[in-house]
Design a protein around this ligand. Structure first.
Ligand code: MTE
Ligand code: MO
Length: 259
């Protein structure tokens, strides 16, 4: 945009005055959207942390609007299915991420493990790995997008969460499905996202049983949402009408974080 030098100078001075307020607004907008600068950079293809075009607040607002449009075609397809990829595009090695370093990865003993089921469900019998493997399985190659600003393509297989919820006689009109993990992580999904055809209780990663870093023995995988909506090491699933929140959501990240 071209402006006469006088107007440009006035705007520049005004911006300098407003700068602290803009920075505060921007922080709030980032928290609300559930995205870091890194994630916005990734999703918009616009590097927000460097460059001289406009203030950081300008660049961020622009990127936010671009994010809304672009993400429709990439992470959140208009058909509401996350894009899938050929096996040749799988990223190896796949990145580990958690709120702690790899030394603290929980080691779960699969033979003793049981998935507890509670809340608004008819059958609360815990599930073993063997029983889960006997249910219909689904495999998908999708992109995992982390809020911290990286994404990778991986292959997850397991039981569609919908199949599982139907099997336990869950109240499918309830609002939320919550998960508790072997670490201190926890999370929840709205029921429509829990019933989404691509949402799975993953037992396998890259065609093999999940390894400890990727969530052994069971993790949720929701390709239509940001990575933090896919809890690993789950030990308990519950159906409820009371908002369960989540580890990052309770610290300000956007709960929905997807379509
Ligand atoms: N139990 C548990 N699940 C978790 C997390 C965690 O810290 N603990 N981190 C989340 C985040 S932010 C991301 S990006 C993904 C990382 O999954 P990966 O290690 O398979 O890449 O797991 C999600 N699920
Ligand atoms: Mo993440």
């Amino acid at each position: 945009m071209t402006r006469d030098p006088e107007t440009a100078a006035r705007l520049k001075a005004l911006r300098a005055d407003l700068q602290p307020e803009l920075v505060r607004l921007e922080r709030r907008a980032l928290l609300r959207s559930g995205l870091s600068l890194g994630a916005l950079t990734l999703l918009t293809g616009c590097d927000l942390s460097t460059g001289s075009n406009g203030t950081l607040a300008d660049r961020m607002l622009w990127a936010m609007s671009r994010f809304n449009d672009r993400v429709q075609g990439w992470l959140f397809d208009p058909t509401k299915l996350a894009p899938t990829y050929p096996a040749s595009m799988i990223d190896t090695p796949f990145r580990f991420n958690a709120y702690y370093p790899p030394d603290n990865i929980p080691e779960v003993e699969g033979a003793d493990w049981k998935l507890e089921v509670s809340g608004l469900v008819a059958d609360k019998t815990p599930w073993t790995l063997e029983k889960l493997r006997a249910l219909p399985q689904e495999s998908q190659i999708t992109r995992h997008v982390c809020i911290e600003g990286w994404s990778q393509i991986g292959q997850w297989s397991g039981v569609p969460l919908k199949t599982f919820l139907e099997r336990v006689g869950a109240d499918l009109t309830a609002k939320y499905v919550g998960f508790k993990c072997a670490d201190r992580y926890y999370g929840s999904l709205d029921m429509p996202s829990a019933l989404h055809p691509q949402t799975v209780l993953a037992l396998d990663f890259a065609g093999k049983e999940l390894s400890p870093e990727y969530g052994y023995p069971l993790r949720v995988r929701v390709p239509t949402k940001l990575g933090f909506k896919s809890p690993k090491y789950i030990g308990s699933v519950f159906v409820t009408n009371d908002y369960p929140g989540g580890y990052w959501e309770d610290q300000g990240y956007n709960w929905f974080s997807g379509i």
